[in-house]
Design a protein. Sequence first.
Length: 194
Amino acid sequence: MGGAQVLKESLRLHPPVGLFGRACPQGIKLGEYEFSGPAAGGTPVIALVNLTAVHRHPRYWHEPARFLPERFGSNKSEDDDADGDGDGGKGKGKAESHPFQWVPFSAGPRNCIGQRFAMLEATVLLAAFLQRFAFALEDGAVEAEVEEAITCRPRHGLGVYLTNRPPPPPPPPSPPPRKHAHDDDAYVTPPRTV
């Protein structure tokens, strides 16, 4: 399992922004309700998208409350139908079966312009932290209560302990400088400096 899978599943369960809005100039129809926007002579309509609800909807996610990074694995084939529902593995257990099923950075023309950089940076930082530290929860830790403001964050912090991992062994010594074939044995080529 890769770090990107863990990050994607973490962002699914705990998106950095829990709610975003979109203007609907043409209006919008939700079920039996229809709202006409300014282009149709109505009042401005703003649709709010609750990412927590989208990312945990049982229609799109098998066991939506569980942390299952395997959802984002790329090792499943088109023929994989482990749950036996005839969807070829693309149903509720398979992540991203709908283009707007996983949108922690929003979607469309107003999505986060830094999402690729954020994922790359988070993957590198996760790898660096896991190489240098061991993580442990404090005794009696429970799932963090989420405080939703402009961004989502744990209301009372996280009770996590970090302990240093032993440093990796030093690299093997470099070989001695090579001699030139035309030089006598007394002269050794000095190392290059850049």
